[in-house]
Design a protein around this ligand. Structure first.
Ligand SMILES: NC(=O)C1=CN([C@@H]2O[C@H](COP(=O)(O)OP(=O)(O)OC[C@H]3O[C@@H](n4cnc5c(N)ncnc54)[C@H](O)[C@@H]3O)[C@@H](O)[C@H]2O)C=CC1
Ligand SMILES: O=C([O-])CC(=O)C(=O)O
Length: 310
């Protein structure tokens, strides 16, 4: 199976690294516009083949999309990341043009590919990709919820002082500092509701820390995070290529689901070889429904800024 990753920067290269050492795909092509950069990242990762022991074939190219031909999955991480103090939404001016041209280029050579959108503001970039390419909704997947959910489980594990892998939980809604919805009511420690162990104040703090998880890391690192984002993309790609049918919150085009139309935002999806195979209807309570509607208003507001590119 062949995966193309456009943008060989922090997130793209980390994703390529995880896909390779976990043997998720047989071939990975990295693409970047910076001369020699993707080639260099691919060579560096390939030189791990005998020490981390993998057989994935990685290559890099400076903008030659013919090398990406026949990809099963294309990941778009090209664009600029935010700096401390910025929101993801401020990136739209530069990233919209980049994402649109990249989506056109990859589809020319891989007309059957499933596209995973990572560049921010991710929900709006997913909507742009879907509208600009005309692809069916099951083939355009925005990655945000997998990452936000892994951060949610990290913060729950810290609060509970229990291993993160014993914790289940999901974040839905927009992938923004104020639009994420960590579903604390449904989170569990090995099936036992986390509310059995944590007070409402502790749960509220976990939710707040999760929502600003990306901003906190941006403040610490000077640019946005890449290890967990890259690994989260690889997790999603694994579920597609190996038809695992995992339930992962992803940004997907909604046509009435969760009471929303004509918008891409994060809801739980079954992810398999066809991309988004099902949107799972989790019964939200009234408070969660209100948060989802508010989140949708903010994402829709951002989508209105796409007028100049769509
Ligand atoms: N959805 C999510 O959960 C996450 C999204 N992100 C977003 O992913 C994007 C990438 O982040 P990083 O990898 O940290 O940035 P980075 O700056 O390290 O890498 C971006 C790469 O894209 C390349 N690029 C720019 N225009 C291009 C084009 N037209 N064609 C090919 N390559 C091009 C740049 O040369 C650069 O190497 C940002 O927009 C960031 O906000 C980052 C983390 C998580
Ligand atoms: O915070 C950012 O700008 C990058 C991102 O989406 C994340 O790490 O969640």
């Amino acid at each position: 199976m062949k995966v193309t990753i456009v943008g060989a920067g922090n997130v793209g290269a980390t994703c390529a690294d995880v896909i390779s050492y976990r043997g998720i795909a047989s071939e990975v092509v990295l693409v970047d516009i910076k001369e020699g950069f993707a080639e260099g990242k691919a060579m560096d990762i390939m030189q791990c083949a005998t020490t981390t022991v993998f057989n994935t074939q990685l290559s890099g190219t400076t903008g030659d999309y013919s090398k990406t031909a026949g990809s099963d999955v294309v990941v778009i991480t090209s664009g600029i990341p935010r700096k401390p103090g910025m929101t993801r939404e401020e990136l739209i001016g530069i990233n919209a043009g980049i994402v649109k041209s990249v989506a056109d280029n990859v589809l020319t050579h891989s007309p059957n590919a499933i596209i995973v959108v990572v560049s921010n503001p991710m929900d709006t970039m997913t909507y742009l990709t879907l509208k600009a390419t005309g692809l069916p909704k099951h083939r355009v997947i925005g990655m945000g919820g997998a990452l936000d959910s892994s951060r949610f489980k990290y913060f729950l594990s810290k609060a509970l002082d229990k291993p993160a892998n014993d914790i289940q939980g999901m974040v839905i809604g927009g992938h923004g500092d104020t639009t994420m919805i960590p579903l604390t009511r449904l989170a569990s420690y090995n099936g036992v509701p986390v509310s059995n162990f944590l007070s409402q104040a502790e749960l509220d703090k976990v939710a707040a820390d999760t929502m600003v998880g990306g901003a906190t890391l941006t403040g610490l690192l000077g640019t946005s995070a890449w290890y967990a984002p890259g690994a989260s993309v690889a997790y999603l790609v694994d579920s597609i290529l190996n038809d695992q049918k995992r339930m992962i919150p992803c940004s997907v085009f909604l046509e009435g689901e969760y009471g929303q139309e004509d918008i891409c935002m994060g809801v739980p999806c079954i992810i398999g070889k066809n991309g988004i195979e099902k949107i799972v209807d989790v019964q939200l309570n009234d408070a969660e429904k209100a948060l989802f509607a508010k989140s949708a208003d903010a994402v829709r507001n951002m989508n209105a800024d796409l007028k100049s590119v769509l």
